[in-house]
Design a protein. Structure first.
Length: 461
């Protein structure tokens, strides 16, 4: 059964505020005249006009159906088209559409959500600062990290350690922490005081995974020696490098990194914008990789994308330091937005009620298994899966580890255009992170789409 027609359920369109399906071609022309898109090369490029979705499926204005193996931008944990969330938003808008959490103002939704975010973790002595999205959360976490050291009498601790293949956002500081070539030229001057370490990406580095952690920990220790621990505020990292290619670390990597950081008084900022809320089978990936971050950045799956919202969860210790002497002097208009919080609570209810943490783990294991059928395809260098994230490495030549010089972006487009399955391209790998409600049939459909397109890729000489 395909996507429902929201207009059929909702009565007349005027009544329910559901708009008539747009004329795709006319809308594309109007779009070209007025919108500036992120990452769209060329004014004349075509447009895909999405109109509705349900579960893992989306439909465009021409009636074409897509299987959304990207969960939007890796965020739609509960699947598309959940009425319950729409109703939670509408109900909240009717009662208290906006109120701030600056100064001594608060409201029930922000408090309930903060309690919930702490309650689902393994450490119940935490506090929550709300933002509107992931980049904003990373900027806040950075401010917190530096400010905490400053308040504790170590104002020289300003350097931040980050890693190759990382993505932490589009702000100036979060962009600087990202290993993302589009941000490096044409946007200077850059904030600086960032040191980049190698990523735990054994496939790319050509290392055996069991040796990778030793090398990476040694590199971290050398960098700390060189820069000086007294000048380093924090290390930021994604539990799984998402944009970097859904790269999960060797199991001993994070605990050993955490040990080194603790020894040197360096804070650990975990960027869980992609990995939290079931993506890797736990509420927080921290509980799977075995670390206790000082600061955790959340967004995306927090609301499944039904409303823009983010959060930074801090240890009690950090919250106490920041709360002293005038309080933490940073905030955003939309911090703790009541509608965002109501949407997040409804979303978390669904994840809990439907057992989506376990469902993600099961669907992921099946996806990982089925992806093995691609190993015979000449340009497939390997596949990997962790929770409900997976990647297919595409190599330049059979048996090589070198990526295609142009990346896999055009292959992702081909998969979409030929099979209707949405996957993400990248510098090396094709990646998927579907909604956690992925069915067995949909899992097989994703793998079949990869197989169909990848087996036809020409082997270059
Ligand atoms: N951190 C990670 C790991 C991300 O993948 C992203 C976005 O994809 C961000 C931060 C930035 O979040 P936003 O795009 O909501 O600003």
């Amino acid at each position: 059964d395909g996507p429902h027609d929201p207009r059929a359920e909702a009565g007349t369109s005027a009544e329910a505020g559901v708009r008539a399906r747009p004329d795709a071609r006319a809308l594309a022309d109007r779009d070209r005249a007025r919108l500036l898109h992120p990452f769209l090369p060329g004014e004349q490029h075509s447009r895909i006009v999405m109109v509705e979705g349900e579960g893992c499926r989306l439909r465009d204005a021409e009636g074409r159906e897509y299987l959304d193996a990207t969960a939007g931008m890796w965020l739609c944990q509960v699947g598309h088209g959940r009425r319950e969330i729409a109703e939670a938003a509408a109900g909240q808008m009717r009662t208290l559409e906006y109120s701030t959490v600056f100064w001594d103002y608060t409201h029930d939704r922000a408090v309930e959500l903060a309690e919930r975010l702490v309650g689902i973790g393994s450490d119940d002595t935490r506090r929550v600062f709300f933002t509107s999205g992931g980049s904003e959360g990373v900027e806040i976490a950075l401010r917190m990290a530096r400010n905490v050291h400053h308040r504790r009498g170590e104002p020289d601790r300003t350097w931040i350690l980050t890693r190759d293949s990382a993505y932490h956002g589009a702000g100036y500081a979060s962009g600087e922490l990202s290993d993302f070539p589009p941000y490096t030229t044409g946007f200077g001057p850059h904030p600086g005081q960032v040191h980049r370490l190698s990523a735990p990406y054994p496939f790319a580095a050509g290392e055996a995974p069991e040796k990778a952690t030793d090398l990476l920990v040694h590199e971290l220790e050398s960098a700390i020696d060189r820069i000086g621990a007294h000048r380093i505020a924090a290390l930021i990292g994604e539990p799984v490098l998402a944009l970097g290619g859904m790269v999960a670390p060797p199991p001993d990597y994070w605990p050993r990194v955490e040990q080194v950081l603790r020894r040197h008084g360096i804070l650990l900022i975990l960027d869980e914008v992609v990995t939290a809320f079931g993506r890797v089978g736990h509420w927080y990936a921290a509980d799977r990789i075995g670390v206790r971050p000082d600061l955790t950045v959340l967004s995306k799956g927090l609301t499944s994308g039904y409303f823009p919202l983010g959060a930074v969860v801090t240890s009690e210790d950090i919250a106490r330091t920041l709360g002293g002497d005038g309080g933490f002097p940073v905030g955003h208009t939309y911090s703790g937005h009541p509608v965002g919080c109501a949407v997040a609570l409804a979303n978390l209810d669904i994840i809990e009620r439907e057992g989506l943490l376990d469902a993600a783990e099961r669907a992921g294991a099946r996806l990982g298994e089925e992806l093995r059928s691609l190993h015979d395809i000449p340009l497939v260098g390997g596949t990997r899966q962790y929770g409900l994230t997976a990647a297919v490495e595409i190599v330049r030549a059979p048996g090589s580890r070198d990526p295609l010089p142009e990346g896999t972006y055009a292959i992702a487009d081909q998969i979409r255009d030929r099979t209707g399955v949405l996957v993400r391209g990248g510098p090396r790998a094709l990646t998927v992170a579907p909604p956690l409600v992925l069915s067995d049939r949909e899992t097989t459909e994703i793998v079949a789409a990869f197989g169909e397109v990848l087996s036809g890729l020409p082997v270059r000489s």
